[in-house]
Write a protein that binds this ligand. Structure first.
Ligand code: ADP
Ligand code: 5GP
Length: 181
C-alpha cells in the first residue's frame, strides 16, 4: 500500500528543491500535476507539470479526473486521480507538492495522508529566495508573498511543520518523518 505525502508551503519555501532531493530515493516519486500556467524556462511538459489549456483543464474537472484542484495566482493546478490511485497500489511514497486549498481536499478524501508544511525561516528569506529563483514577474511575486500570509495561517492543519533553513537538515528531517532514514 502506497503512502500519500503532501508537501505544502508558501511559494519559495523550497518545496520543489526538497522534493527533488527526496526523489533521489527510489522508493519516492512525485506526482506530476496539471496546470494552466505557462512553462518556466527549462520546465518540460510531462516532467515539471502537464501543461494544459483552461478548456482542457475544465473538461478534466467535469470528467472527475482530478483528485483535487485549486486556483492559484490566476491559474488552475490539479492532481491526476488515476496516477494517485495507481501509486496507492504500490509500496512507495507518493509526493504531492500542492498548495493549501488542494491539500485540504486531499486530507479530507484520503485521511491516511501524511501532510507536511514547509516553512521559510522568515518572511525576508522567503522574499529573497523568490527573487533568487528569478522565475516570476515582480507583480506575480508580490501576489505570491501576499498569498503566503494566508497559507501560513493554515499550517496547523498539517501533521508536521518543518522549517527549511538548512536544506540538508530539512531533507533528513522529512526522511525521518517518512521512515525512509
Ligand atoms: P517552491 O517550490 O516552494 O516555490 P523552490 O524549491 O523553487 O521553492 O525554492 C525557491 C528558491 O530557494 C530556489 O532558488 C532554491 O534553490 C532556494 N532554496 C530552497 N531551499 C533552500 C534552502 N534551504 N536554503 C537556501 N536556498 C534554498
Ligand atoms: P508554481 O507556479 O510555483 O509551480 O506553483 C504554484 C503553487 O501551486 C505552489 O504552491 C504549488 O505547490 C502549487 N501546486 C502545484 N501543483 C498543484 C496541484 O496539483 N494542486 C494544487 N492544489 N496546487 C498545486
Amino acid at each position: 500500500m502506497g503512502k500519500i505525502v503532501i508537501i505544502s508551503g508558501p511559494s519559495g519555501s523550497g518545496k520543489t528543491t526538497v522534493c527533488k532531493l527526496l526523489e533521489k530515493d527510489p522508493r519516492v516519486k512525485k506526482s506530476v500535476s496539471v496546470t494552466t500556467r505557462l512553462p518556466r524556462q527549462n520546465e518540460k511538459n510531462g516532467e515539471a507539470y502537464h501543461f494544459a489549456s483552461t478548456a482542457k483543464f475544465e473538461e478534466m474537472i467535469r470528467r472527475g479526473e482530478l483528485a483535487e484542484y485549486a486556483e492559484y495566482c490566476g491559474y488552475y493546478y490539479g492532481t491526476l486521480l488515476s496516477a494517485l490511485k495507481e501509486a496507492l497500489t504500490k509500496d512507495m511514497v507518493y509526493l504531492l507538492e500542492i498548495e493549501v486549498q488542494g491539500a485540504l481536499q486531499i486530507m479530507e478524501k484520503f485521511p491516511e495522508t501524511i501532510s507536511i508544511f514547509l516553512m521559510p525561516p522568515d518572511k525576508k528569506t522567503l522574499g529573497q529566495r523568490l527573487v533568487q529563483r528569478n522565475a516570476n514577474k515582480e507583480q506575480d511575486m508580490a501576489l505570491r508573498l501576499k498569498i503566503a500570509d494566508k497559507e501560513l495561517e493554515c499550517k496547523n492543519r498539517y501533521n508536521y511543520c518543518v522549517v527549511n533553513d538548512d536544506l540538508e537538515v530539512t531533507v533528513s528531517t522529512i526522511r525521518k518523518i517518512l521512515n525512509l532514514a
